[in-house]
Design a protein around this ligand. Sequence first.
Ligand SMILES: [Zn+2]
Length: 184
Amino acid sequence: MKFCSACGQSVGFLIPDGDHLPRYVCGSCKTIHYQNPRLIVGCVPEHEGKILLCRRAIEPRRGFWTIPAGFMENGESLQTAAARESMEEALARVDIGSICAIVHVLHAEQVHVVFRAKLLNLDFGAGPESLEVALFEESEIPWRDLAFRSVEFALQRYLDDRRAGRETLHFQDLDHPAKPKPRV
Ligand SMILES: [Zn+2]
């Protein structure tokens, strides 16, 4: 950030009084511009045991497979956002169920929330952000061509739970493997 979105003057990067982290602070109007993790919401749509996946038409990870997911909008509930992303990316109508996974993607400054879902009909297809959309049996899931580790985690836990006949909530922290976690 270079300029204040409130007044257009330049901002500095400093620790405000009483704070403990550096923030972008406007030198003119003194507005503090906080930056916080963003929420990504998605679901694992299932139909008769098969899982709906989308092959990404956009970067990052163009050409790789993922579940329908995307940035939550202001004014949406988590469930509304998950259903909207299914419609946008897979033209798929879904019934959103329980939360399967919450993944903290520290290096991307994102939190991913993944729901279980039922596909309501087979009228799905590739939205503008997808190259193709398809249903996969568990044995057909393209594990080595998944776009993101958070998707791999959510799918693995989803399938583990399904085999065990339960619906539990799973947490995971992901960080760059090269970046060691600070000791606390
Ligand atoms: Zn300002």
